[in-house]
Design a binder for this molecule. Sequence first.
Ligand code: NDP
Length: 248
Amino acid sequence: MPVTLDRRDGCVMREGTIIVTGASRGIGAAIARDLDQRGCKVAGLSRGGTTAAGTGYACDMADEAAVRDAVARIAAAGPIIGLVNNAGVYSETRSAELTVAAFEQMMRVNVTAVLVGCREAYPHLVQAGGGLIVNIGSFYDRLGVSRALAYSATKAAVGAMTRCLAVEWARDNIRVLDVAPGYIETDMNREALKQDFMQAYIKRRIPLRRPGSAEEVARLVGMLFEADIGFLTGETIYLDGAHGINHQ
Ligand code: NDP
């Protein structure tokens, strides 16, 4: 069994590497920085190999062999105790014009890559005596959003996969959670959020009257690793300023 290290706020952080996908920008970069500041060893994946903290690995998450290779290389450097499946893409299209190719491309990065990442990390997490997987979903997983059929379907799939893996891998002491953000200002939406109609929409529809920050998502993810709440698994945790439940 791995030893524990680094006490902060009374919590205990285990020794070992946490893999963060999409660690070059936005939410993934903030998660890599937060985990690094908590004393974790971070392996950050992105297509160019850039990471905001820890050691960077070049890996296109849409390429199954590349994911297998990256996880094997990280495992060769030491025990793996966690995985954050954050890499994701977003685009909008009228559903009547949505091509199978575009739908499947989004499924490939947002869903298939989550499966492959979890599957490849699994034997190493077992070897480490268990661990935590955090998938980054979205509050679109339970909403009806015009022109976002593909993205919403991918994020609903992330929730379903989180529940299935949590049940199947509980016996291995592997917990699986879905952190589902609302509007978070990043490269993915920065230009869209600046538009007047979006500013008005945010004030009207998000009870906290602002988008969230990547650092707020990162703090939740880092806290989940550090607090190590053993009975919490399979859940989707929404972080959206009450946007998704607002009926005003
Ligand atoms: P960004 O566009 O800012 O960053 C996306 C990250 O994913 C980059 O690091 C990028 O790395 C990486 N990435 C994209 N495609 C691939 C790929 N094929 N292989 C490897 N890495 C890839 O997005 P956000 O930070 O906003 O989003 C992060 C996650 O949060 C996504 O899963 C998104 O769906 C989710 N989310 C975001 C919300 C928001 O409002 N921003 C709301 C709800 C959920 P690189 O390009 O360097 O390869």
